[in-house]
Design a protein around this ligand. Structure first.
Ligand SMILES: CC(C)(COP(=O)(O)OP(=O)(O)OC[C@H]1O[C@@H](n2cnc3c(N)ncnc32)[C@H](O)[C@@H]1OP(=O)(O)O)[C@@H](O)C(=O)NCCC(=O)NCCS
Length: 188
């Protein structure tokens, strides 16, 4: 594991209570990393709290020497009935058929959020967060969605071996094209 030279002092798994206690700080990190308007944090709060109650939820934080968040990643086991699961199923079934959808969606961990404070990006924190988050996850696959493009996130996912599951997909209510990426677990 890398240390302070890579932009953080330590990585820690957060319990549900620790995550809830840090929610405002986590959402402000998210808004800064994604360059979203401030109000986005309030909209997201109930969703993030709901996510933290899901089966298999786990969260890893990168913290600085003053115990402030430098980065955060979380995810949970994907199951039928979850909005994201049903959206991806709709897209995969429509384009690749039910068998392909069953194959990817039968046993996976959804990497839901991963963000690093802008001033700390590009020093390995994102990779350490992702690796630590999925380390020990028992599902066969890890899946995520990310806006199409050439972002730093894309490069990170490609570097860690994520391949295309579905490209140029439109989630209900979002005008941006997304890619669904996935790979088998464990990461080597
Ligand atoms: C995506 C994100 C989480 C990645 O975190 P990160 O800490 O910047 O990622 P890393 O540092 O592990 O990797 C980024 C780059 O740093 C480089 N790097 C890693 N360690 C390094 C080091 N010690 N010295 C120099 N460069 C290093 C990597 O090679 C990588 O280079 P590349 O982008 O040219 O491929 C972060 O950039 C972010 O929060 N982005 C905005 C929010 C976002 O897009 N979230 C994901 C939505 S799907």
């Amino acid at each position: 594991m890398t240390a302070m030279s890579s932009g953080y002092a330590k990585l820690a798994h957060l319990s549900g209570d620790e995550f809830r206690a840090r929610l405002p700080e986590a959402l402000s990190l998210y808004v800064a990393a994604m360059n979203y308007p401030e109000g986005t944090a309030e909209q997201r709060a109930p969703m993030w709290l709901t996510h933290a109650l899901r089966d298999g939820w786990r969260c890893v934080a990168a913290l600085d020497t003053d115990d402030r968040l430098v980065g955060l990643a979380y995810g949970y086991r994907g199951t039928p009935g979850q909005w994201w699961h049903e959206q991806v199923r709709r897209g995969l079934s429509g384009r690749e058929g039910d068998q392909a959808a069953d194959a990817w969606l039968g046993d996976y961990f959804e990497l839901t959020e991963i963000h690093v404070r802008p001033s700390s990006q590009g020093r390995g924190t994102g990779e350490d967060l992702l690796r630590t988050l999925v380390d020990g996850v028992r599902q066969r696959y890890v899946l995520l969605s990310t806006p199409e493009g050439t972002s730093r996130a894309w490069k990170l996912y490609r570097r860690l071996g994520f391949t295309d599951v579905l490209r140029d997909y439109y989630f209900a209510g979002d005008p941006r094209p997304f890619a669904i990426l996935g790979r088998t677990l464990p990461l080597e």
